[in-house]
Design a binder for this molecule. Structure first.
Ligand SMILES: Nc1nc2c(ncn2[C@@H]2O[C@H](COP(=O)(O)OP(=O)(O)OP(=O)(O)O)[C@@H](O)[C@H]2O)c(=O)[nH]1
Ligand SMILES: [Mg+2]
Length: 465
């Protein structure tokens, strides 16, 4: 029975990337993919659903196993073209309990029920006549079809594949499910729309919905990023202390609490962003920790800061500048980054990067003797930019990642994000808002919204839509 939305069965030889293509086109990270041939053993439907509406449906299928034997059976009788599909039906009926043809029956079923055919080959392996029986069988079904050349490895036999496939398919496209970006996805959908006349309208509709959905995702991600920055800047850790002064272990402990919380905020934000883009099962991210005992004089630490020399906000703030009321001590020491050391890395003579103002420890006295110690809000002026750049980079990586790509998100490419990721004008606006976030006052909805808008405008430049 024909559904109101288009259906496509992705078929081919075992281990050619069929499931990968289904995963990427259906935006579904649950599709089973592996390098063991024969991973997919049953046909399974993966509808692409957005806001409750099915836009199209893909069928993942097992690969052909005994195409030649099946074709031999089909050809045993003279059949006119208009009866060929019927003959395929008959084969399936007669072999429904024959395990030798289990995979052929599984993969042909959705096709005989009206799904268009997407035949997948690996263009990094040479063409061979063993594929001809498969393509011949597909022709027997009489269903509209196209071929996709997937390049699994670096070798390239695309031209010979094109020549061969051209005999069997009207449309032949190259598509890499591990690398496909948004526009390649859309281009493929446009080809798929041509398979059947009545699908043109629904696939065009799907493309429209898709574009809107992407904008919505960008906007939702921007909001999460804005909240992350605001919450991180405003955070204050607080702890009761036993005596008049904070003991070294108490200082150590509150700093640990403080750092841990900021790390958690970033991690949660990344998880939520992954969920927005339907990538929630991705392996734990291999991120650079924000606060750790890194070697300040290594190249990595410079990229950790994520700021070019010119972009760094150089503050001259030293202990004196902050020795105001309530501030009992400045932070420093081995676990944090010392201003002078950073200055040395950056090479600006006398420039104090300001990591010694990473957070102030305040001792709050109370009349009845119980005293508290507080760390935060974050005073370091470069910190929010570092955090922001990482969050933007992460969002861009997730948004552009095809669902067949299950590898870890690595922050290693972060430096590729460039040093010019933010212009002066935006930076000025952000700077004002950062000041408000760290002021200790409750964060106002309006402030957050303004921040959100700036983030969204940056993401719209970074993410194809
Ligand atoms: N590098 C790279 N690897 C790919 C690509 N497409 C598929 N692979 C890999 O090839 C292997 C097979 O991919 P699947 O999508 O499981 O292939 P399949 O055709 O569904 O395999 P069966 O279900 O066993 O028939 C997996 O290890 C994939 O990660 C690609 O475009 N590039
Ligand atoms: Mg598979």
């Amino acid at each position: 029975m024909m559904k109101s939305y288009p259906q496509f069965a992705v078929v081919g030889h075992p281990n050619k990337g069929k499931s990968s293509i289904v995963s990427t086109l259906a935006h579904d990270e649950t599709v089973q993919i592996s390098d063991i041939p024969g991973t997919t053993t049953r046909q399974r439907s993966f509808p692409l659903q957005i806001d409750g509406e099915v836009l199209y449906e893909l069928f993942d299928t097992p690969g052909f196993q005994r195409a030649r034997a099946m074709l031999e059976w089909l050809e045993r009788e003279e059949v006119p073209a208009d009866r060929k599909a019927e003959r395929v039906q008959k084969f399936m009926y007669e072999h429904r309990n024959d395990l030798r043809f289990h995979d052929e029956i599984e993969l042909l079923e959705p096709i005989l029920q009206g799904a268009g055919i997407i035949y997948v080959v690996d263009g990094s392996k040479p063409y061979g006549p063993e594929y001809e029986a498969e393509m011949e069988i597909l022709r027997w079904t009489g269903q509209p079809s196209m071929a996709l050349i997937n390049l699994i490895d670096d070798t390239n036999y695309v031209e010979e594949w094109r020549r061969a496939l051209g005999h069997y398919f009207r449309m032949v496209r190259v598509f890499n499910p591990m690398k496909a970006d948004f526009s390649q996805h859309i281009a493929l959908l446009e080809s798929m729309a041509q398979l059947r006349e009545e699908w043109t309208v629904s696939v065009k509709h799907a493309i429209g919905i898709f574009a809107k959905y992407r904008l919505q995702n960008i906007s939702d991600s921007a909001q999460l990023v804005a909240e992350l920055i605001a919450d991180s800047l405003a955070y204050v850790a607080s702890m009761q202390i036993s005596g008049e002064e904070a003991k070294p272990e108490e200082k150590e402990k509150i700093l640990e609490t403080y750092k841990m919380h900021l790390r958690k905020l970033e991690e949660k934000s990344q998880q939520k962003i992954a969920e927005i883009w339907k990538h929630s099962r991705l392996e734990k991210r291999s991120m650079l920790p924000l606060f750790s005992d890194i070697d300040l004089f290594s190249k990595e630490s410079a990229s950790l800061f994520g700021l070019g020399k010119k972009e760094m906000i150089v503050t001259g703030a030293t202990g004196g500048a902050l020795a105001g009321s309530g501030i009992d001590l400045m932070l420093g020491g081995a676990s944090l980054m010392m201003g002078s050391a950073i200055g040395a890395v950056i090479g600006g003579a006398g420039a104090v990067f300001g990591f010694n103002e990473i957070s102030d420890l305040k001792i709050l006295g109370q009349k009845l003797g119980s005293r508290r110690i507080e760390a935060g809000p974050m005073q370091n002026r470069n910190f929010p930019y570092m955090l922001l750049r990482r969050a933007l980079y992460y969002t861009q990586e997730i948004a552009n990642r095809p669902h067949a790509d299950r590898s870890k998100v690595s922050m290693d490419g972060e430096e590729l994000f460039g040093t010019h990721w933010i212009d002066e004008q935006r930076k000025k606006r952000l700077e004002k808002l950062h000041q408000l976030f760290r002021s200790g006052d409750a964060i106002k909805e309006k402030t957050l919204k303004e921040y959100n808008r700036i983030i969204e405008s940056i993401l719209l430049e970074k993410i194809e839509h």
